[in-house]
Design a protein around this ligand. Structure first.
Ligand code: HSE
Length: 437
């Protein structure tokens, strides 16, 4: 049998530890699958701590650049995160003829076009299964398993932190800031939670999924991104009352005029499978023309789940080492010269149903004015409820669900409603998706 393939890891964190553990624990099975062993021989970090546990695994601890320049290293596993040093080192490793395995969704979403072009020129592979949905093999499922299909849309819960917060808000009736503080204390949420709770992390992942689903270049800057930080316990409660749950979804949809690419809190019928994905779990629902709906569920983060995806990519790369670079699975599922320039639609051209919550002064005629504005904008009402004033308050909450309408129409209606004398403050607006076909 051939010698084991030598791997260098960039980054000495949790996922690196998980990857080393899996390669050791399942070495025999992995060798049987790959046709030869896979060993981590080098690990690099910005600051090297010679007492790091990797030391005892016979792994050479070195500077980051030493790892990408070491001729012994055949595959570089990039686990640094971020898009500056990670981009430079990835491009340098590619220039050195090394294959790349990465978990870095921001890097792929923002610089993937450049990285894949460089890789193609060098005849090397950049594998990125761990960048979306942690351990769920969603990239492989879409790129290869669904290759016979035209994908119509996909909708995913692809940020575990947001899903954990939404689950707690619903289960405990708690407010966003309260749950976030606890999640940070428990170490689930980062000290700077912006990427997770403002939908940016999900938009990175969605950008990648959209590219491999529709055969379009990566276009993160065109994704519409709205997080969960403005949701209130009241909205979560009203959603339940109306038969829905609020989930932060990443949605990519092919329409006649372009592709929708959007991350936002979404009302989902509470009996829907996606509505029942709880806590930190991830799930992606794909609607494709031949298979119909298929659902992919699992752990979206963590040392072993993410390490599982990294090692699967390593096995793939090792199997492909001797193959003709021109006949490998294309990075973005479609041949690089066959990518489409079908446009990404601005959010104003997206069609959706909506939940609206208004705070109305308890006076005659306010509701009639609101419904008039909606009908003037061609918006049909599906359900409407007025809640009793709480504790002697002079205002009431009115919630309503609309039929499908263009976003620009609902925006116009909201602006007009907010100008009414009988309406206090801003209108809360949350998109609603049935996710049936
Ligand atoms: N921060 C991500 C999440 C995990 O909360 O899902 C890594 O992608």
């Amino acid at each position: 049998m051939l010698e084991p393939v030598k791997v260098g890891i960039l980054g000495l964190g949790t996922v690196g530890g998980g990857t080393v553990h899996i390669l050791q624990q399942n070495a025999e099975e992995i060798t049987r699958r790959a046709g030869r062993g896979i060993t981590v021989t080098h690990a690099g970090a910005k600051e090297i701590n010679q007492t790091h546990p990797f030391r005892t695994d016979n792994i050479v601890l070195a500077q980051l650049t030493e790892v990408v320049n070491d001729p012994e290293v055949q595959i570089v596993v990039e686990l640094l995160g971020g898009t500056t040093i990670a981009r430079d080192l990835t491009l340098q490793a590619i220039a050195n003829g090394k294959h790349i395995v990465t978990a870095n969704k921001a890097l792929i979403a923002k610089h993937g076009n450049e990285i894949f072009a460089a890789a193609q020129k060098q005849g090397v592979i950049v594998a990125f299964e761990a960048s979306v949905g942690g351990g769920i093999p969603i990239i492989k499922a879409i790129r290869e398993g669904l290759a016979a299909n035209k994908i119509k849309w996909l909708a995913g819960i692809i940020n575990g932190t947001s899903n954990f917060i939404l689950t707690e808000m619903r289960d405990q009736g708690r407010e966003f800031t309260d749950v976030l503080a606890e999640a940070q204390q428990l170490g689930y949420a980062e000290r700077d939670p912006t990427f997770d709770v403002e939908g940016i992390d999900a938009a990175h992942k969605l950008t990648i999924l959209a590219s491999i689903s529709f055969g379009i270049p990566l276009q993160f800057d065109k994704a519409y991104t709205e997080g969960i930080s403005k949701l209130t316990a009241e909205d979560v409660h009203y959603a339940e009352e109306l038969g829905y749950r609020i989930k932060c979804l990443g949605i990519a949809k092919r329409t006649e005029t372009g592709i929708e690419l959007r991350v936002h809190p979404t009302f989902v019928p509470k009996t829907h499978l996606l509505a029942n994905v709880e806590g930190v779990m991830n799930a992606v629902l794909v609607q494709s023309d031949m298979l119909g709906q298929s659902l992919y569920y699992g752990a979206g983060a963590g040392a072993l789940p993410t390490g599982s995806a990294i090692v699967a990519d390593l096995v793939d790369v090792v199997r492909s080492l001797t193959t003709d670079p021109g006949n490998r699975v294309p990075h973005l599922a479609f041949q690089a010269d066959a990518l489409s320039d079908f446009p990404i639609l601005p959010i104003t051209e997206v069609e959706s149903a909506y939940y609206l919550r208004l705070t109305a002064l308890d006076k005659v005629g306010v509701l009639a004015q609101v419904t008039t504005i909606l009908s003037q904008n061609g918006i049909s009402i599906e359900a409407i409820r007025q809640h009793e004033p709480q504790g002697g308050a002079s205002s009431v909450s009115i919630v309503l669900l609309t039929h499908k309408v263009l976003e620009q129409q609902i925006n116009q209606a909201i602006t007009a409603i907010e100008q009414l004398e009988g309406i206090a403050g801003k209108v809360m607006r949350i998109r609603l998706e049935m996710l049936t076909k």
